[in-house]
Design a protein around this ligand. Sequence first.
Ligand code: T3D
Length: 260
Amino acid sequence: MSQEAVLYSVKDGVATITLNRPQKLNAFDSAMTQGLSQALKQAARDDAVRALVLTGAGRAFSAGQDLAEFQTKGDLVISEHLRHGFNRIIAQMRGLEKPIIGAINGVAAGAAVGIALATDIRIASEEASFISAFIRIGLVPDTGVSWLLTRLAGPTKALEMMITGEPVSAHTALELGLVNQVVPALDLEATVNEWSQRLASGPTRAIGLTKRIFNKALDAPLAEVLEYEAMLQDVAGATEDHAEGVQAFLEKREAQFKGR
Ligand code: T3D
C-alpha cells in the first residue's frame, strides 16, 4: 500500500500539514505537489482552522523537486510544470488569510526553500539548513526563491546562496532574517505548538488582512499602501473580534477572539 504523500490533521484550531516521503527526504513528486495544494485549500475553506503548521516527516523539511520523477518526464515543459505546481502553491500560501508556521525540521533544498520562506513564521530546528540547490543541477531559482530570498536575506547573501548552492545553517539563517527562531531539535514541536496556539487564538480576520497588507507593502508605493491600509481597516473594524478587543481592553481582561 502506498503511503500518503501529505498528511493533514486538525486539532484545537490548528491544521498540521506534513510532507510525508521521508525516505526521499520529502522530495516533491506529483502526488506530494497535488496533496500540498489540496491541503492548503482545505485549510483555507475550514472556518475551524485558524492557523496552519507546515513541516516534514523524518530528518528533512524537503529536498525540493523529486529529481527521479523529473528525469522520467522527458517531454516536460518546466515552465508549465512550475505554473501548475510550485507557483500555484506559493500563491496559495501567500494569499491564504490565516497564519502559516513553518516548522523547519531539517534541510530545505531547491523549491522547498521557496515553500519554507513562503510561510509566515519560521521556526527552525538547529538541524535545519537552507540550500538554493538549483544551481547545482544547472537550473535557475524558481518557486519564488529569487524574490523571497532577496527580500528576506538582502541581495548580497541571496545572490551568493543562489549562485553557489552552498548550505546555510539554521543559526546563519537566523542572522540573515530567514527564520524567526532556532531551537534544539527536541524543542521544535513544543515551540511550534506555542506559536500555533497563540496565533490560532488571535483575531484571525485581522491577521489575514495584515498578511494582505504585508504582501502589498513589499512592492507598492507609500501612498498606495496608506490607502490600502485605510480600506482594510474598515473591514477589520467591522469584525466581532475588533469589538471584543476594545471591550476587553476597557474591562482590563484578556480578549477572547473567535476569528470572526
Ligand atoms: O519542473 C520543475 O518543477 C523544476 C523545478 C525544480 C525545483 C527544484 O527543487 S530543483 C532542486 C532539486 N533538489 C535538489 O537538487 C536537492 C537534491 N538533494 C540533495 O542535494 C541532498 O539529498 C540533500 C543535500 C538535500 C541531503 O543530502 P543527504 O546526504 O543528507 O541525503 P541523500 O543521501 O542525498 O538523500 C537521501 C535519499 O533521498 C536518497 O535516496 P536513496 O539513495 O536513499 O534511495 C536521495 O536520492 C533521495 N533524495 C534526496 N533529494 C532528492 C531525492 N530523491 C529525489 N529527488 C530529490 N530532490
